[in-house]
Design a protein around this ligand. Structure first.
Ligand SMILES: [Zn+2]
Length: 279
């Protein structure tokens, strides 16, 4: 097969040229184009940092996510470049200009869109751009540690793209916060399908929701809800905004305990850090 040259001579086409109307495309070129198009998602996926997919929904107020823009514009650009490569000789001057203009537009418009949405998101956010904060947490009810519902499926999280858990007893805040309250314990429990108030906790476990209100019984005795952050009891857990750190520590460790034990008998520290850490 001779595919190196593209001329009007039929000899130089591949054995099975693909034709659209009176345009003929060399088979090899079409194969390359298809291969390139198929490779785009792979290349994009490969260069995607671990959590990037989760930053996208923070920009959900826009019609297209950044990855969609890159993907569609890239594919369109490839098609245009391919047309330019294979059909230029058959084009009139007007068609060439139109093609050139199309290539310029397909390059400039998506770039401008990405710049605009990025700047706009940062301007409206409470955090001057996307954040990636974590806090570890445990929930203990009547002496038993709750096994929070494990995420399933491709998305692999429970909660929202912005506020979620990957089944790792960790609060993940990932994306652009329009208000800091979006990174509160209350927002987190709401996102995972539970609730956290001063006197009530509802936890989604793999056996369903477990709910406890102050006064509910633990082994026959009325229990009470305590929430500790880094070993210190806090009073308004729903409004507590987790510390802005990607790693733990210095990120927060949160222990939520519903118990009939006396306050001084409760270990306020998470398993990971233990009581000895605070001394
Ligand atoms: Zn994370």
């Amino acid at each position: 097969m001779k595919c190196r040259k593209f001329t009007n001579s039929k000899k130089n086409y591949c054995e099975f040229p693909i034709t659209f109307g009176n345009l003929r495309f060399p088979t090899k070129g079409v194969c390359w184009l298809i291969a390139a198009l198929l490779l785009i998602p792979l290349a994009v996926a490969h260069e995607t940092p671990e959590h990037t997919e989760e930053f996208i929904p923070a920009a959900a107020q826009y019609s297209f996510t950044p990855w969609q823009v890159v993907l569609y514009a890239g594919a369109l650009l490839l098609v245009l470049l391919f047309v330019a490569w294979c059909c230029q000789q058959k084009m009139s001057e007007g068609q060439k200009k139109a093609l050139f203009l199309a290539i310029v537009i397909v390059t400039i418009v998506p770039t401008a869109y990405l710049v605009y949405t990025t700047v706009h998101l940062n301007v409206v956010s409470a955090t001057a751009g996307p954040v990636h904060w974590h806090a570890d947490y445990e929930v203990w009810i009547c002496g038993q540690e709750m096994s929070i519902e494990k995420p399933a499926g491709v998305v692999n999280r429970i909660g929202s793209p912005l506020v979620h858990d990957h089944g790792d007893n960790r609060i993940h805040i990932e994306g652009v916060l329009r208000s800091r309250q979006e990174a509160s314990l209350g927002a987190f429990f709401h996102a995972i399908g539970g609730a956290l108030e001063s006197s009530e906790v509802i936890v989604p476990t793999h056996e369903g929701l477990v709910a406890k209100d102050n006064g509910d019984l633990c082994d026959g005795a009325p229990g009470k809800l305590y929430v500790f952050v880094n070993g210190k009891q806090i009073q308004d857990p729903a409004d507590y905004v987790i510390a802005p750190h990607e790693t733990v520590p210095p990120g927060d460790t949160v222990k939520i305990v519903f118990t009939s034990e006396a306050a001084e008998q409760i270990n306020p520290y998470t398993k990971q850090f233990g009581r000895e850490r605070a001394i």
